[in-house]
Ligand binder design. Structure first.
Ligand code: GLY
Length: 281
């Protein structure tokens, strides 16, 4: 049994067109199916990187190409991976000028120092052959010039369960848009991306809320301690709503149960099990 779910942040009926909604549905469907095919012959850890790289390359989503611009006019991205088997986490925080932050996070996986930020992350990327790449789109510059803040509309992620029963999770983001320089996203923290042998979770939404509620960590811990994946989500999202938090999350448990929930309409996601394709609507 292999399982896979991906997300591409949020869709807002009020600020995005139906055309964009359709395009996101289509893109997530294709990437979910393509990643599922990949999972047939690769591990969960390899597949989550593969899926998130595809999402980072897709201009529709706020990660990699298409990332939002911070208050000083620069793009800084964050990404992480977590392997449920070895319980190892690696990531980059506020990295600049690389095409695929998730690939840098993957490269760090075998190192002792596995989470790097800012200049250190950029130097590590260059030393490891990641060429300078500008991920800015003209549309993002226009939004920046209009000083548009998009409340947690971005972030991409993937959770996979492979044929060996191993779970892994990956998350990548271009941030909130127009944030203060130095702001840390949840996406390369255990609150936004977490996995163990029982469950894996990737989050999207407002990083501050996700960190305050430790969303991914709580869900995984609750499943580990015996709650069903639904109970774990319900309790965690009740607590998130108590602080008026804005977030969504996707997950898979060791038995292959796929789950997702959001605090606000609507997180965009797609899951595929070889037969059934479920896409947000
Ligand atoms: N969830 C992405 C961020 O807040 O940066």
């Amino acid at each position: 049994m292999i399982k896979l779910i991906i997300h591409g942040g949020f869709f807002s009926e009020s600020s995005q067109s139906q055309e964009t909604k359709l395009a996101k549905q289509q893109s997530l469907s294709i990437i979910a199916k393509q990643s599922y095919e990949y999972l047939k012959t690769h591990t969960a850890l390899q597949t989550i990187v593969y899926a998130v790289e595809l999402l980072e390359n897709d201009e529709l989503f706020n990660a990699g190409i298409g990332s939002q611009i911070q208050s000083d006019g620069k793009i800084r991205m964050s990404a992480s991976i977590m392997d449920g088997v070895s319980a190892k986490f690696s990531g980059v925080i506020n990295i600049e000028d690389v095409k695929n932050p998730i690939k840098v996070a993957e490269k760090l996986f075998t190192h002792d120092d596995r989470v790097l930020g800012g200049e250190g992350a950029i130097s590590f990327a260059r030393a490891n052959g990641f060429e300078k790449f500008n991920t800015e789109l003209p549309q993002r510059r226009l939004e920046y010039e209009a000083k548009l803040k998009s409340k947690g509309m971005g972030t991409v992620g993937c959770v996979a369960l492979d044929a060996q029963g191993h779970i892994a999770a990956a998350t990548s983001t271009g941030g909130k848009g127009f944030e203060m320089v130095g702001r840390i996203s949840d996406s390369a923290t255990a609150a936004g991306n977490y996995a163990n042998e029982y469950c894996g979770v990737s989050c999207t939404g407002v990083g501050e809320d996700i960190v305050s509620s430790a969303v991914a960590t709580k869900i995984v811990t609750r499943v580990t301690d015996g709650m069903s994946i639904k109970q774990a989500f319900d309790k965690t999202f009740t607590e998130l709503k108590n602080i008026d938090g804005f977030a969504g999350a996707i997950a898979i448990d060791k038995d292959g149960n796929i789950y997702h929930q959001d605090s606000h309409p609507m997180m965009v996601y797609a899951s595929y099990d070889g037969t059934n394709l479920e896409v947000f609507n």
